[in-house]
Design a protein around this ligand. Structure first.
Ligand SMILES: NC(=O)c1ccc[n+]([C@@H]2O[C@H](COP(=O)([O-])OP(=O)(O)OC[C@H]3O[C@@H](n4cnc5c(N)ncnc54)[C@H](O)[C@@H]3O)[C@@H](O)[C@H]2O)c1
Length: 305
C-alpha cells in the first residue's frame, strides 16, 4: 500500500518537473528567436570534410579555412581534393588531402590513423560525400541500389567507427551529416536516395539519444542538414515551380548555412530554413492536404541516365 502511494508520488513529481521543464524550454526558445545562440569558435579545430573535391564539400573547406580551422579533406577524386588542399595552403591554411572512397571501411580506418598522425585528432567530422541517382525505381539495378546505400548511409557508420572514439576520449566533438529534403519527404525518381537519406536522419537522431543518455555526458554535438536543391550539378534536371520560394541555392550559401548551424550546435536545419516548419505543419494536417501541397509546389528532379 505504502509502496503504491510512494510510486504515485514519484510519478506526480516527475510529471510536474517535466511540465516545468516544458515551460522553461518554450520560454528559452522564444528568447532564442530574438537572441540566437552565439556561434562557437572553430579556430584550430581539426575538421574532416568528406566529398571535399567539389560542390558543397569544396565550399565548406574554403569557408572553414577562413574561420581558422585545420582541414582534413577526403574525396574519392584524389586530384580534385588535392587541388582544394593546395589552394587552401596557398592562402596560408592547413589542409591535408586524402584520396578515399568512404564506402571502403578498411581504407577509412587506415586513413583515419594517418590523418590523426599528420594533423591531430579530428574534433569535427562533416559527412558530406554523396551521390544521387535519379530515375524511377524499376530502372535502378541491384548495383545502383547497393551503391546508393553504401555511399549515402553505410559510409557514415565507417566514419563514426573511425572518429567517434577519439571524440569520446576527448569528451568533446561534433558530427555533421548531410541528409537532404529527400530525407524528410519522399520524392519520385529518388526512391533509393530517399531511403538512404531518411536513414541518415534516423541514425543521427538515435545517436544523439545514445550520447545524451551516456553517463559520461560527452560534449559531442550532432547536426543534420537537409538541403533542397544546391547548384552543384548533383541534381542534373531540377524541377522548380516557385524559384523565389524554393529556388536553387548556391554552394556558397549552402556551406555558410551548414557552418552556421554547426557553430550554433543546432540539431537539424533545412536549406532553405522555412521548409523545416512547412514540413512539420503539413504533416500534422490530413494526408490529402500534403498531396495537394505537393501537386501545387510540383518541384523536385526529373529522371536522367
Ligand atoms: N546538391 C544538392 O542539390 C543536394 C541536395 C540535398 C542534399 N545534398 C547532399 O549534399 C552532399 C554534397 O552534395 P554536392 O551537391 O556537393 O555533390 P557533388 O556531386 O557536387 O560532390 C560530391 C563529392 O563527393 C565525392 N564522393 C562521391 N562518392 C564518394 C565516395 N564514395 N567516397 C568519397 N567521396 C565521394 C565526389 O567525388 C564529389 O567530390 C551529398 O551528400 C548530397 O546528397 C545535395
Amino acid at each position: 500500500m505504502l509502496t503504491k502511494a510512494y510510486s504515485s508520488l514519484v510519478l506526480a513529481v516527475d510529471v510536474l518537473v517535466a511540465l516545468i521543464k516544458f515551460v522553461l524550454i518554450l520560454l528559452e526558445s522564444l528568447f532564442r528567436l530574438v537572441f540566437p545562440v552565439e556561434q562557437k569558435s572553430i579556430k584550430n579545430e581539426v575538421i574532416l570534410v568528406t566529398g571535399a573535391g567539389q560542390g558543397i564539400g569544396r565550399e565548406l573547406a574554403f569557408q572553414l579555412h577562413s574561420l581558422g580551422a585545420k582541414l582534413v579533406l577526403w574525396d574519392m577524386d584524389g586530384a580534385k581534393c588535392e587541388q582544394v588542399a593546395k589552394e587552401i595552403k596557398s592562402l596560408g591554411g592547413t589542409a591535408a588531402a586524402f584520396c578515399c572512397d568512404v564506402t571502403d571501411r578498411q581504407k577509412v580506418l587506415e586513413l583515419a590513423k594517418q590523418a590523426k598522425e599528420q594533423v591531430g585528432p579530428v574534433t569535427i567530422l562533416i559527412n558530406n560525400a554523396g551521390i544521387m541517382p535519379c530515375k524511377p525505381l524499376e530502372k535502378h539495378s541491384e548495383q545502383d541500389i547497393r551503391k546508393n546505400f553504401d555511399v549515402n548511409i553505410i559510409s557514415h557508420f565507417w566514419m563514426l567507427e573511425a572518429f567517434l572514439p577519439d571524440m569520446r576520449a576527448l569528451g568533446r566533438g561534433h558530427v555533421v551529416a548531410l541528409s537532404s529534403m529527400a530525407g524528410i519527404c519522399g520524392l519520385p525518381n529518388l526512391v533509393p536516395y530517399c531511403g538512404a537519406k531518411f536513414a541518415v536522419r534516423g541514425m543521427m537522431e538515435a545517436l544523439r539519444e545514445e550520447l545524451r543518455q551516456d553517463p559520461k555526458k560527452p560534449e559531442i554535438h550532432l547536426t543534420t542538414i537537409y538541403p533542397f536543391i544546391v547548384g552543384t550539378g548533383l541534381v542534373h534536371k531540377p524541377k522548380i515551380r516557385f524559384p523565389t520560394l524554393l529556388g536553387i541555392v548556391s554552394p556558397k550559401t549552402a556551406a555558410s548555412s551548414i557552418i552556421l548551424a554547426m557553430r550554433r550546435n543546432q540539431h537539424e536545419m533545412t536549406i532553405p530554413r522555412a521548409l523545416f516548419h512547412m514540413n512539420n505543419v503539413t504533416r500534422m494536417l490530413p494526408q490529402k492536404f500534403s498531396e495537394v501541397m505537393r501537386d501545387l509546389i510540383d518541384s523536385g528532379c526529373d529522371s536522367h541516365e
